[in-house]
Ligand binder design. Structure first.
Ligand SMILES: Nc1ncnc2c1ncn2[C@@H]1O[C@H](COP(=O)(O)OP(=O)(O)O)[C@@H](O)[C@H]1O
Ligand SMILES: [Mg+2]
Length: 234
């Protein structure tokens, strides 16, 4: 599903873009379809950059990135929207449309794909059920707690049944119990066949779920364990 070969990402920095920040260096990595992977590591390690490579928000400075058989290193900008429509992307700040209800926010993800309305109207209650938000389908985002908003964002990411789900600190703003509920939903999506990659600081969830853990440190992969833990002690 995902393959990185000798990938580097350098960002320009400074007022005139003269300096360079090396965000990733020589990263090689394979994530087979059906995997559930945690990306852990300190702030600034390169986790978000790694995820951004996968949805082609950044292009590699060197090396190759392949997702679902597509070479993203060579992808033209006009092909990027089609790539993103094939994946579910969940960010820390939910990103719901404030003027639309829960239902309309999820429906919007289907509308942009110009899908058959009768068909997607059946899928919306299913995904809202999955994230336990069906009873709030008429609420507006400002009427929901952070955890509820994030569950709606996950429903929106799942409604088109993407084979790949990418989440960047999806529980970053949530209390531990709510965070655990959000992780449970991602796990359920994985059980239903999606490949899931989650960058997180949620050590409790990482330790409890015992999934593959890739630790990123200073732009490289410091550790990659099958049924790993959050800490560095094993
Ligand atoms: N757009 C950018 N321009 C310049 N430097 C950036 C940019 N985005 C991230 N960086 C730098 O790249 C490094 C990795 O950042 P990031 O991938 O966001 O790490 P993480 O998600 O693990 O906190 C950091 O040093 C960060 O400051
Ligand atoms: Mg980050």
């Amino acid at each position: 599903m995902i393959s990185l070969s000798k990938v580097a990402v350098h960002y320009r920095s400074g007022a005139k873009g003269i300096g360079a920040v090396i965000a990733l260096r020589d990263v090689s990595l394979d994530i087979p379809g059906g995997d559930f992977v945690f990306l852990v590591g300190p702030t600034g390690a390169g986790k978000s950059t790694l995820l951004k490579l996968l949805y082609r928000d950044v292009a590699p400075t060197a090396g190759t990135v392949t997702v679902a058989g597509l070479n993203l290193s060579a992808m033209k900008p006009r092909d990027v929207p089609a790539l993103r429509r094939r994946m579910g992307i969940i960010l820390q700040d939910y990103g719901l449309l404030p003027e639309r209800t829960v239902w309309e926010n999820v429906a919007f993800a289907c509308e942009v794909l110009e899908q058959d309305r009768r068909e997607y109207r059946k899928r919306i209650p299913e995904v809202l059920d999955l994230v336990h938000m069906a009873h709030r389908c008429d609420a507006f985002p400002h009427q929901l707690s952070g955890g509820e908003q994030q569950r709606v964002a996950i429903a929106r990411a799942l409604v088109n049944r993407p084979a790949l789900l990418l989440a960047d600190e999806p529980t970053g703003n949530l209390d531990p119990e709510t965070a655990s509920g959000v992780m449970e939903v991602l796990l359920e999506a994985n059980r239903r066949g999606a490949t899931v990659v989650v960058a997180t600081h949620d050590a409790a969830s990482v330790n409890r779920l015992r999934r593959r853990v890739i630790a990123v440190e200073q732009g490289t992969i410091a550790r990659d364990n099958g049924e790993g833990a959050y800490g560095y002690a094993n």
